[in-house]
Every structure is written in C-alpha cells, then in structure tokens.
Design a protein around this ligand. Structure first.
Ligand code: NAD
Length: 352
C-alpha cells in the first residue's frame, strides 16, 4: 500500500477542560478583541445571556436568533447586530446551528470566532459553511470560516437530552467513518477517526443511563473534536451526499438523518474498501453495516427514514438528486443501487 500523503495541521486553538468556558474572556483578550457578540439559538438564550454577564465589559450584546441550516435572513439580522454593537469578535455558544451563524458572520466580516460547542456535530472544526436561501442550500469553504478558538467544556453538555446525544454522536461518527476511506486521508486523519469512533463506542451507551456523568460527557466531547477535525480536513463521500440531499430537499432533521443512514452507507462502501473499514467492524463488532446498525439501535437511535416524515415517493427523487453530481466515492454509485439503499433505510432494515 502506498505511503504517500499530504498532511496540513489545523491552526485552531483547542481548549479542552471541564469548566473551560469560564476562560472565554481570556480568549477574547488573547485574540486582541474587546467587544464580543455572543450568539445562540432562542432555546439557549438564557445560557448565552449568562455567558454575556460573565464576560462583563468584554461583551457588547447577545444575538439569540440562530436556527438550523443558516438561512440568509437570520445572518442578515445578525449582521445588523454586529454593525450596531461594533462587535470585534463572535462567541458562538451551542450546536452546529449557532456555529453556522458565527461562521456566516466571519465569512462576511473576517471577525475572529470563539466557539463553545454543546453538541457533537463537529462544525467548530471545519472551514465549511452551509447556508440556505429560498429553500436552496449552498456550501462554501474558506479560511475565514474556520473558527480561531474552540472551547470544549463537558459541563455544558450534561443537559443535552439523551435522544439528541445519541443522534448527534452518530452524526459525528459518520464523519469518522467517511474519513477512513477518504481519497485525501492521511495517517493522522485515520488515527483521529478511529480514536473518535472508540470514544463514542465507549461513552454513548452509558450516557443513556448517566447523562450527567462528567467523565462520559468528556469522552463523547473528545470524540466530537476528533470526528469534527477529520470532517474539516478530508473529503466526505456518499454518506454526506445522501444526508445533504435529504436535509436540503426534504428538510429532514440533520442529526437523525445521519444516524439512520450511517449503517447503510457504510455497508455499501465496505464492499469496495473492506480493509479501510475493518476498524469499524472491529470496534462495533460483526460486519461494518450490521455492527453500526446494532449499536445505533441499542442506544435508542431512530433507524427508519419513514419515521422522519419521508414518503416512498420521495425516495425516487432523493436517489436521483444524490446520484447527480455525486461526491467522489470508493464504490461506484448508480441510481438503482442508491434507490435500494434508501429503501432499506426507509424501512429500517438491518444492512446485510
Ligand atoms: P443544533 O445546533 O440545531 O441544535 C439543536 C437544538 O438543540 C437547538 O435548539 C439547540 O439550541 C439545542 N441544544 C444544543 N446544545 C444543547 C445542550 N447542550 N442542551 C440542550 N439543548 C441544546 O443541532 P446540531 O446537530 O448541533 O447542528 C446541526 C446544524 O449544524 C445543521 O444545520 C448542519 O448542517 C450544521 N453542521 C455544519 C457542519 C459544517 O462543518 N459546516 C458540520 C456539522 C453540522
């Protein structure tokens, strides 16, 4: 096997410690800033306001309007807040939706970002921004989008509901599984992917019983960092293409869609790259697809696309869109195979 590779390290500062969010003000100052705008979803507004209070004079306001898929109209409202407050950096407190809003602001202004993730989605480690306008999702990749500082504080994740912890964890695991066979993978991305999968394998089943256990939450957050980092450094393939299609066209929920599709896309690609996916079978037991499906079902994840409100007729359209301009994939893609894969996922069948 060829040992040739290109490796580029990520310049993001990673602060990983229980209670580390208390040091947000120090990081604002280290970035040379004095006027932070704190971002959140409406749901996490109280947490954002508490953070703003702790930042004291270093904070010029809170914008708590972030929503899923970064719609342009929300970004425009946030840009107004940036202008009115004279903010010189943004602090994004929340999951991928809030991080997305911070990235959208940074893309337009080049303001530095501090991200404090409270889910396992991994967006904080990528230079990728997905935005929507008029129901259409577009993706941009740019250096200004990559956050400067990420503060991982497991104490902020103990309140993540178990069902969301499960789907968010599987969302993160999908980044790692696809990183293992990425065309541009390198030894570090593969090591990080395997370590990330192991972290979720050991923590997620126990989080269901002990959601407030700080050590388990730290393990899962560690997995989120590893999986998010590989998402930001190597290319994704069939799995992400299908999930973007389903989310973008049919508005299926992000993490749940990833959770349901992962065993099916992994099983499909394992036919072509069994050696590269061998660590997945080793970590989860059995076959690649079967092991992931058993794991997901065992921790209470949704397993059928039909439970996300899709109809069988949608599957034809989805198979068409997912196979038009496909991402590179280790196994050739054709419409009928992807249609069959979607049918299995729709019915919640265990991949063979
Ligand atoms: P989310 O950010 O939409 O969060 C879902 C809900 O959970 C929100 O209401 C949020 O406020 C709440 N929440 C978050 N953390 C919580 C906590 N600890 N306790 C209680 N409630 C909490 O969900 P997500 O799955 O993290 O992010 C999905 C979005 O991120 C999608 O738009 C997706 O496209 C994007 N994303 C982008 C990238 C990228 O690299 N560009 C990567 C992954 C995800």
């Amino acid at each position: 096997m060829s040992r040739d590779f290109l490796y580029t390290g990520s310049p993001v500062h990673i602060v990983f410690r229980e209670g580390a969010s208390a040091s947000t003000g120090e990081w604002v100052e280290k970035l040379g800033c004095r006027k932070a705008l704190v971002l959140s979803t409406p749901h996490q507004k109280a947490d954002a306001e508490a953070l703003a209070t702790r930042l004291g004079p270093l904070c010029v306001g809170v914008f708590a309007g972030a929503v899923m898929h970064t719609p342009i109209y929300v970004t425009e409202a946030a840009m107004l807040a940036v202008k009115q407050t004279g903010a010189d950096c943004v602090v994004s407190l929340g999951g991928g939706s809030t991080t997305g809003l911070g990235k959208a602001i940074a893309y337009r202004t080049d303001l530095p970002q501090i991200v404090i993730p409270t889910t396992y989605a991994g967006s904080e480690c990528t230079p990728i921004l997905g935005q929507t306008e008029g129901g259409r999702k577009t993706t941009v990749r740019h250096a200004s989008i990559l956050p400067e500082v990420v503060i991982y504080d497991a104490a902020l994740t103990t309140g993540l509901p178990v069902a969301m912890s499960v789907t968010s964890g599987l969302n993160a695991m999908a980044h790692a599984v696809e990183a293992l066979y990425a065309q541009d993978r390198n030894p570090i991305s593969s090591l990080m992917a395997v370590e990330g999968l192991r972290a979720f394998r050991s923590s997620l089943p126990k989080i269901a019983d002990a959601p407030a256990d700080m050590a388990l939450r730290a393990d899962a957050l560690y997995g989120a960092w590893l999986c998010g980092t590989v998402l930001g450094t190597v290319g994704m393939a069939l799995h992400h293409k299908i999930c973007h299609t389903l989310g973008g066209t049919f508005d299926t929920p992000h993490a749940e869609t990833h959770a349901i599709m992962l065993p099916h896309t992994a099983a499909y690609n394992a036919v072509s790259v069994p050696d590269l996916l061998a660590p997945v079978a080793e970590i989860f037991g059995g076959s690649v697809g079967g092991g992931l499906w058993d794991f997901a079902k065992g921790i209470g994840a949704p397993i059928a696309l039909r439970d996300l409100g899709l109809s069988e007729a949608d599957l034809d359209r989805a198979a068409g869109i997912a196979t038009e301009n496909p991402y590179w994939n280790p196994r050739p893609i054709d419409r009928s195979s992807i249609r069959a894969l979607l049918q299995d996922a729709y019915e919640g069948r265990r991949p063979t």
